[in-house]
Design a protein around this ligand. Structure first.
Ligand SMILES: Nc1nc2c(ncn2[C@@H]2O[C@H](COP(=O)(O)OP(=O)(O)OP(=O)(O)O)[C@@H](O)[C@H]2O)c(=O)[nH]1
Ligand SMILES: [Mg+2]
Length: 397
């Protein structure tokens, strides 16, 4: 089983109550107020963990709560901070709110996002003492933490994804080029869940990830067969490796069948660059013909996963077709703890970066202040935190 969706409910911790207390010492009959503040409630945080494969850990448990802040005590003792709730999710998990709005994309290892902020603690009575009110007989109570119902959607991050009809030899190819060992069999729909494989460059300097996705058939984009659910995992691959069984005729027609499904699914799959892999050439005596002329097709390989013919060349060229991707941390000198973006209708993006001093807005700064504030809140910014926007340091309100 492979879970690429989950619905969860998170509740951040409540802020601790402030203390109502007066100093009591042996020889001081009536001391002044000394009630300390409560501790802040724990945040609910999602963290991308490269060791997780899917979202199945959320199958049995869906409701989570962070720790409450402790109450303040006498002698100005602060309450303990509530323990943060850290939920681990696989890299590539997108977080959507109840309205289906994308809140965060945990697209790099150890990326993190605060999805519900801990409650503000109450202040102890000492804070309310003034020259005219020497003995405040009240203290604040802590505020409840935020809660959120979230949808998690995993979209695998791979440099290239294998597509093709069932039985074309996609899993056989992944076994040939990567460390993954997906099941291979002579019947269709052998692969039931996506598998990621790591491909080592021949010179050992780089690695690529390649995703094997269950076979697509005509109508997949409308939900026929298994493919539709998994088409989402192709969205983030820069290159599609379209595998075709070249042992039987009608290669061009089968290419068109799959291409029509990609177009019907949308999400840009129909404009993605493709390398066509004509497989099973060991079963033919001639060179399999391929007559499609399409600008998206950057390369046509003729291989046999059975004998290994053409595989080394494919592997080598794969690295040329998938240039190294800039990592999010390469963007600035700041320590990036997490990355959040909210795509806008026009598709423009900005990012909220956490720095060692506060937050920094990178990319196009939105005109809409509310949008910016919402993204900062989602990133965990609190009132008074430093936010750097266009080189200017502001205080988050
Ligand atoms: N002769 C020959 N058989 C091959 C070759 N590549 C794959 N096969 C066979 O084709 C069948 C299907 O291979 P798979 O790798 O399971 O195909 P798939 O595309 O992953 O299939 P699904 O997971 O069902 O979508 C298996 O019986 C393989 O042994 C090849 O190059 N030559
Ligand atoms: Mg397979």
């Amino acid at each position: 089983m492979f879970d690429d969706r989950a619905r969860i409910h998170v509740q951040a911790g409540r802020g601790g109550d402030g203390s109502l207390h007066f100093r009591r010492e042996k020889h001081v009959p009536k001391g002044g107020p000394d009630g300390g503040d409560g501790g802040p409630g724990g945040d609910a945080v999602l963290v991308a963990d490269p060791d997780l494969r899917d979202l199945s850990s959320f199958r049995s448990k869906r409701r989570f709560k962070a720790g409450d802040g402790g109450p303040g005590r006498g002698a100005l003792k602060h309450g303990a901070s509530g323990e943060a709730l850290e939920l681990r999710v696989p890299v590539g998990t997108q977080v959507l709110d109840e309205d289906g709005q994308l809140i965060a994309d945990l697209a790099s290892p150890s990326a993190r996002v605060v999805v519900a902020r801990g409650g503000i603690p109450g202040r102890g009575n000492k804070r309310f003492a003034t020259p005219t009110r020497r003995t405040p007989r009240f203290a604040e109570t802590g505020l409840p933490g935020e809660e959120a119902s979230l949808e998690l959607r995993l979209k695998l991050l791979a440099d290239a994804a294998l597509v093709g009809l069932p039985n074309a030899g996609k899993s056989s190819l992944l076994r040939r080029i990567s460390n993954a060992r997906p099941k291979v069999a002579e019947y269709p729909f052998t692969t039931l869940a996506p598998v990621l494989g790591t491909v080592d460059a021949p010179d050992g300097t780089r690695q690529l990830t390649v995703a094997d996705v269950p076979g697509l058939i005509e109508g997949a984009s409308e939900g026929v067969g298994l493919g539709h659910e998994f088409l989402a995992h192709l969205e983030r691959a820069n290159l599609l490796l379209h595998v075709i069984d070249a042992a039987v005729d009608g290669i061009d027609e089968r290419w068109r069948t799959i291409d029509a499904e990609l177009a019907a699914y949308g999400a840009g799959l129909d404009s993605r660059q493709q390398a066509v892999v004509l497989n099973k050439i060991d079963l033919r005596t001639d060179t399999p013909p391929f007559g499609i002329d399409d600008p998206r097709i950057v390369r046509v390989f003729r291989v046999s996963c059975a004998t290994g013919q053409g595989i080394d060349e494919l592997k080598r060229e794969l690295f040329e077709l998938c240039p190294p991707q800039p990592t999010p941390t390469a963007e600035g000198d700041d320590l990036v703890d997490f990355l959040v973006y909210r795509p806008r209708p026009e598709g423009r993006r900005f990012r909220v970066l956490r720095t060692d001093r506060g937050y920094r807005i990178a990319g196009e700064v939105p005109d809409d202040e509310e949008e910016l504030a919402a993204a900062l809140k989602a990133a965990g910014a609190r009132k008074g935190d430093e936010v750097e926007v266009d080189g200017e340091v502001l205080e988050f309100q």
